[in-house]
Design a protein. Sequence first.
Length: 398
Amino acid sequence: EIGASASGHVIANSATPPSGEATSQAREIPVQGAVSAPQAPSVTAPDNIQAASATGSVTPETDLAFAPPAGVASSFGDKQTDSAAGFTPTKPATAGAEETPAGLIASLPPEEVGPMALRSAAASGNPAAEFLVGVKYTEGNDIAADMAKAATWYQKAADKGLPPAQYRLASLYEKGRGVEKDLPKAKAWYSKAAEAGNAKAMHNLAVLYAEGGGDQPDYAAAAKWFEAAANYGVKDSLFNLGILYAGGIGVDKDLVASYKWFAIAADQGDPEAAKRRDDVANMMDQETLANARLAVENFKLKTPNAAANKVTMEPSWTDSASLPATRAAVQTQSVDNSAMVKEAQDKLNYLGFDTGTPDGQMGPRTRSAIRAFQRSLGLPETGEVDNRLMDELKSQAI
């Protein structure tokens, strides 16, 4: 099996879904023409490839890399339980044309979406604001979830070249939610986002290539994009590369490379990867194993392009920004923050920073995950859940 593990580890399209979203369950996909892996009980050539998908605040399921937008069924090939609602992609604005005040008012999202600053920015064509409106409709945050409307707003931002919007729109086309299922379009939008530097799109694109995405599987292309995502630390891509190099699938068989990718995934807290690493080590002589360990020591994660992987919100786009500072502070202090802690745990798990099962309680594991997340962004390592942390978590391309 490629990527399968006792913990639900997969050659996957994503990891834990955002809060309120459908939980991802991996689907097995037959792999054609797979090459047998080295003779070891735990490292074998894939009989099948498994997949998952992507988005926002999270409800953890397994240690996958991403998850689909809210309401998106994540099992590849699962029969959809409700019909998809299509939508018409936005047309490019006519050069020199300006929106009239009446037109702006007509195109304003409803009040439930958020402050007027956000709504007017979205109506005026700000791609970050359009993306955030799409997120609101995806998660059902303060407004009824509506995947067709989410797709419309993601499309607006994607057409303007916003990689996180392109990534989310691709995941909707992949699953057929809010739009008609269209794997070629999903692959095209994933490709745009991946080429712009979106790590999650790289991973999901690799899965489509491994599955075929409507065509024959292309394991060489899958390996290329898994490796691109792995260089940014995407846990499932790291694991999957270990499998591909062990079996010589889409790449030349290379036990040193297999050991390297399994070891790096293990260093990120993946127990199944640690087991596979040790299995590969048992097939090496001492000199080869020394070379493999040196490869691990010399590996350095690449720094992702922030603009391709997160969306920065204007302070005035949040509800608290419309409150006087003193009132907002009082309101925050008077409310039990367990819900905020749980939301932070959800999002951290989704982004690959393991907090364990979200329970709304601060503990050593949660503080460690927060510090690791802050360290990855070059922020002060407070280990605390506060508004700044939540803003950073929400700005990620989920």
